[in-house]
Design a protein around this ligand. Structure first.
Ligand SMILES: Cc1ncc(C[n+]2csc(CCOP(=O)(O)OP(=O)(O)O)c2C)c(N)n1
Ligand code: SF4
Ligand SMILES: [Mg+2]
Length: 385
């Protein structure tokens, strides 16, 4: 077995369905499939580079992926690991929450020492919102798919964005329902073709356009195959206060990577139009990146993090929500996929500011504060009469 290491435990499970009772992706459902679960060896090479906390990349990994070899989602996993490593995030401060789909399985493959909740199909946003309201001290990573967020979970997606929940919401967008064998999803472009040559006649939902319209304070699009662009976008989104949305085009090699698809590796590489490149500078470090004068725009976020944006499109202004919406539509009409940091509001607020909630997470409040007694309840009731 390639990559098999001494001391590795291999469990062969003969299953042809996933945990939610659906067929497994990318395999012949009649044949019965051998699925391997390989526990990662705990041994780490002593020479592995360490971040400020003394952690290596291995400390940010999860289980070995069971997705199809070459799936774009695995590259996004690698970018999340890299971003968390670079930010020196303590894994126990992260809560990763997902729905159902190949994309929603990925939190199992990164941050194995973080909190995680694999919810119901399309329900990630409300579970994340509830967790965030109960404990505002954690870093919330919502991971979803285009089916999960643009079909069954469309309403949930919309309301979590418009409420400004403090989170990094990543959609791993392949234009199909990968887990249930490649049906068109609502983000599939009109006129694009399925693997069997059937044309999609429905209009596509552009989640980036919707997120902009709904008031997301950080909106980006990227490509799973462009780690140089994606890692700093994820890092910046994590540092952002408010609803940070990243749509990542992530080709499904089993069902949507053919000619005629607009979510294939070839199509995205040919039509990718990046408006900027990003560097994230945390703390008080000086900006050392070497840019030509006039091509860099520095955006300071609420926590002091600075985003150094290298402009690739001289006319693009990431502070102009309306401009971003127009730019997006114009380029979409030409078949171009606009990527980069499309909009950021450096003075953003989040749901906690809107609701004026207490600073302390609920699980740290004592019983007296949480249950102040009948008199306090009477006062509240009287104030509402
Ligand atoms: C309530 C419910 N309806 C339908 C399904 C079947 N189902 C499982 S995953 C999925 C779509 C997954 O597509 P997407 O979110 O794009 O993830 P991908 O597998 O493409 O990464 C569907 C329809 C389900 N599990 N639960
Ligand atoms: S999204 Fe597609 S390529 Fe990725 S694991 Fe699912 S079926 Fe396989
Ligand atoms: Mg999908």
């Amino acid at each position: 077995m390639p990559g098999f290491m001494p001391g590795t435990h291999v469990f062969l499970l003969f299953l042809d369905q996933d945990v939610d009772g659906r067929d497994k992706p990318g395999h012949d459902d009649k044949a019965g499939v051998a699925m391997t679960y390989i526990a990662k060896p705990k041994f780490q090479h002593p020479g592995l580079p360490k971040n400020d906390l003394g952690y290596t990349h291995r400390d940010y990994e999860g289980k070995i992926s069971t997705l199809c070899a070459g799936c774009g989602h695995d590259s996004i996993t690698a970018s999340i690991i890299e971003a968390c490593y670079e930010l020196s995030i303590e894994p126990h401060r992260v809560a990763k929450i997902s729905g159902i789909g190949c994309s929603s399985k990925t939190p199992d493959y990164f941050l194995g020492n973080s909190h995680g909740f694999n919810s119901v199909h399309g329900r990630m946003p409300s579970v994340l919102t509830g967790a965030n309201l109960a404990n505002r001290d954690l870093i919330y990573l919502g991971v979803s798919g285009d089916g999960d967020s643009a079909s069954i979970g469309f309403g949930q997606f919309a309301h979590s964005i418009r409420r400004g929940v403090n989170m990094t919401y990543i959609v791993e967008n392949n234009g199909v329902y990968g887990l249930t064998k490649g049906q068109f999803s609502a983000t599939a472009d009109r006129g694009s073709k399925s693997k069997k040559g059937v044309m999609n006649t429905d209009n596509a939902i552009d989640l980036v356009a919707i997120a902009l319209q709904l008031g997301a304070s950080f909106v980006a699009r990227s490509f799973s195959g462009d780690k140089t662009q994606l890692v700093p976008l994820i890092a910046a989104a994590i540092q952002h206060k408010g609803a940070a949305f990243i749509d990542v085009v992530s080709p499904c090699v089993a069902f949507n990577n053919h000619a005629g698809s607009t979510k294939s590796f070839d199509y995205v590489r040919e039509h990718n139009d990046a408006v900027n490149r990003l560097d994230v500078i945390t703390g008080r470090d000086p900006i050392t990146v070497d840019y030509a004068p006039g091509t860099v725009q520095v955006v300071e976020q609420h926590d002091g993090t600075r985003l150094a944006l290298r402009k690739l499109d001289a006319d693009y202004d990431p502070h102009d929500r309306l401009g971003a919406m127009t730019f997006l539509q114009k380029h979409a009409a030409k078949g171009q996929i606009v990527t980069g940091l499309l909009y950021v509001d450096p003075d953003s607020e989040d749901l906690h500011s809107h609701l004026n909630t207490v600073d302390t997470p609920l699980n740290q409040l004592g019983e007296k504060t949480l249950c102040p007694g009948n008199n306090a309840l009477e006062k509240i009731n009287a104030s509402l009469r």
